[in-house]
Design a protein around this ligand. Structure first.
Ligand code: SF4
Length: 354
């Protein structure tokens, strides 16, 4: 159970089971925990005094022992294409970002799981920040709560999908991410279906299995190369979990029937965008139930990486389609406000490194 500086328990850190144990430690029956969970995530609830079906004395005990954190201090930036970037200042002064991507029939929130990232992928600005710290469960959940409130108050409707593709490697902060997903999918919590949640990983193989078994959420794998030499040069994690191991783990990822793992493949001109790369990719993913997202690299100020021309991307897609794969070309969103993939680095807010 995580405690904040004032030694009070932040109830936003707690899953339903943890909340039940917490109220039992205060001498209350288990159902009070479930009752409180339903209150915490109701819009507009920020004080224990608003929980009107709890006895006054118990509310007083709760306010001595617990708190309910929320993000009040944040910046919002709007992109020309409608993408919204939130910059949330954390209690210790560090900054994380989330990105709301409105589309015709969905509102997807891209959520952060760490401040910075230790994985060091060469085309990613978050990786260049280095690793500062893991986010607490509450800090993950509060991104969703704040974006949801903002979206409603700006008449954008509810969030429909969540993707863990913001700052950080979610599976390197597995415990908090699992607890956050538990709260996000709990009916008394934020009530998202696990079919609407996707966790993206650069390839932490053992943690992938745990994620699938415990949550059943969708998995996205950042692949970006078809041989170990190129992938290790782009993504150092490949030295620990090389391609064959990663692909095998994706084949056995536990998920619902008819669900498929998504492979993200960022096309880098002259690095991984040749016809032979597309053929090798098709060989590699042969018999893996999957979909492929092709992305072009977003500007990160790194002169080594350029996006291929549109014809090259279309040709790459065609080769894969001809081999029977479902392949999408994902349009970059929010580039003008540094909200696109690989661009999240807390820009606009100074990052306190004390
Ligand atoms: Fe970390 Fe993801 Fe960036 Fe790689 S791409 S450095 S895993 S945030």
């Amino acid at each position: 159970m995580q405690k904040n500086k004032s030694r009070k328990v932040d109830l936003k850190d707690l899953t339903q089971d943890q909340l039940v144990r917490f109220v039992e430690s205060l001498g209350q029956p288990a159902f009070r925990g479930r009752q409180i969970l339903a209150w915490i995530y109701r819009p507009g609830i920020s004080e224990f005094s608003q929980m009107t079906d709890l006895a006054k004395e118990f509310r007083a005990v709760l306010s001595q022992a617990a708190t309910m954190s929320r993000f009040d201090d944040y910046l919002v930036e709007s992109s020309m294409d409608g993408t919204i970037k939130f910059g949330f200042r954390l209690k210790d002064g560090l900054v994380i970002e989330s990105v709301l991507i409105p589309e015709e029939e969905r509102n997807t929130l891209c959520v952060s799981s760490q401040v910075g990232c230790a994985m060091g992928c060469s085309f990613c600005l978050t990786g260049k920040m280095g690793f500062h710290r893991n986010l607490r469960t509450a800090e993950i959940v509060n991104q969703v709560c704040a974006a949801q409130e903002w979206s409603f108050s700006h008449e954008r409707g509810p969030l429909t999908n969540l993707v863990f593709m913001g700052m950080g490697e979610p599976l390197a902060n597995l415990e908090s991410v699992l607890d956050a997903i538990s709260i996000l999918t709990e009916q008394r919590g934020l009530d998202f279906s696990n079919r609407r949640i996707t966790v993206s990983t650069c390839g932490l193989v053992p943690q992938m299995q745990i994620l699938g078994e415990q949550t059943g959420v969708n998995l996205a794998i950042s692949l970006h190369a078809v041989d170990d030499e190129v992938r290790s040069s782009l993504m150092p994690i490949n030295r620990r979990y090389p391609l064959q191991q990663l692909i095998e783990a994706s084949r056995t990822y536990p998920q619902k029937r008819r669900k498929r793992v998504m492979f993200e493949y960022t096309l880098l001109e002259g690095v991984n965008d040749a016809d032979t790369d597309a053929e090798k990719l098709a060989d590699l993913l042969h018999n893996v139930p999957c979909k492929i997202n092709l992305l072009s690299v977003n500007p990160t100020g790194d002169a080594r990486f350029h996006s291929p021309k549109e014809e090259r991307i279309l040709e790459f897609q065609k080769i894969l389609r001809d081999r029977g794969f479902t392949v999408f070309i994902r349009q970059s969103r929010g580039e003008d406000i540094a909200a696109a993939c690989g661009q999240l680095a807390g820009k606009g807010w100074p990052v306190n490194q004390d």
